[in-house]
Design a protein around this ligand. Structure first.
Ligand code: PEP
Length: 244
């Protein structure tokens, strides 16, 4: 049985005081649910704050990236073992902002997913096409190439990932994929996961998810929840999405 999951990606936002208000609000309002789990992926410096605020709650937390390397001369990188020390359950890997702005390749994303799994952290592997790729009818080819890199690198461990379909043109733009557009890609991703013997992997949709569109998106049979950027910075909006 696939459990639903809604994850907030705070991106490079926050501050100690604002985070405390947001986390406290989530803790006081979120009712543990068998139907849906929630998590927040915060900037690295705030992992300790998330750990302290959420440890005795039903809300999980995680990071927005993880190094493919275990230790050593990798200035600015953070290892999976370090994330474990801060209680992280999740690490986002391959977010389009990292693929586009930091040139991360499919192979690097797969190596990061592997490093996370090696430390018992669930990688949330992001895939998605640009608008040019969609307009060129290349959506399926692009997301399949991105997924195949992870399947090839992980083998049977691919069952330990969470997948997030995030069309690049929908991230932070206010332009959401229609439920039918999301379902079409999620169904292809599901078929690829079934072929890789990982039918239970959750597939989240991300890209301008809001309380007002979450119900319709989450009603799609292969949409198992959401990866939520901007709207996760507002506790009421994020909780409304999770309740949807
Ligand atoms: C994201 O950053 O993963 C994301 C989906 O952002 P937004 O919800 O703001 O589009």
């Amino acid at each position: 049985m696939r459990r639903r999951l809604v994850v907030g990606n705070w991106k490079m936002n926050g501050g100690l005081a604002a985070n405390a208000r947001l986390l406290d609000h989530l803790v006081s309002e979120w009712q543990p649910s068998d139907r849906c789990a929630i998590a927040v992926c915060v900037p690295f410096p705030y992992l300790g704050q998330a750990q302290a605020a959420l440890s005795s709650s039903a809300i999980a937390w995680g990071a927005q990236d993880v190094s493919a390397h275990a230790a050593g001369a990798f200035t600015g990188e953070v290892s999976a073992a370090m994330l474990v020390e801060f209680g992280c359950r999740y690490a986002i890997v391959g977010h389009s902002e990292r693929r586009q702005m930091h040139g991360e390749t499919d192979a690097q994303v797969a190596a990061k997913a592997k490093a996370a799994i090696g430390a018992a952290i669930t990688p949330i592997v992001c895939v998605g096409e640009t608008l040019e790729q969609r307009d060129a009818d290349a959506t399926d080819a692009v997301v399949m190439r991105q997924v195949r890199a992870v399947v090839d690198a992980l083998g049977g461990d691919v069952a330990k990932i969470v997948l997030a379909y995030e069309p690049v043109w929908a991230i932070g733009t206010g332009r959401t994929a229609t439920p039918a557009q999301a379902q079409e890609v999620h169904a292809s991703l599901r078929a690829a996961l079934i072929k890789a013997a990982a039918p239970e992997v959750g597939i989240l949709y991300g890209g301008s998810v809001k309380a007002s569109n979450a119900t319709a998106l989450f009603a799609m049979p292969d949409v198992d929840g959401g990866l939520v950027g901007g709207a996760s910075l507002d506790a009421n909006e994020f909780l409304a999405i999770a309740r949807a």
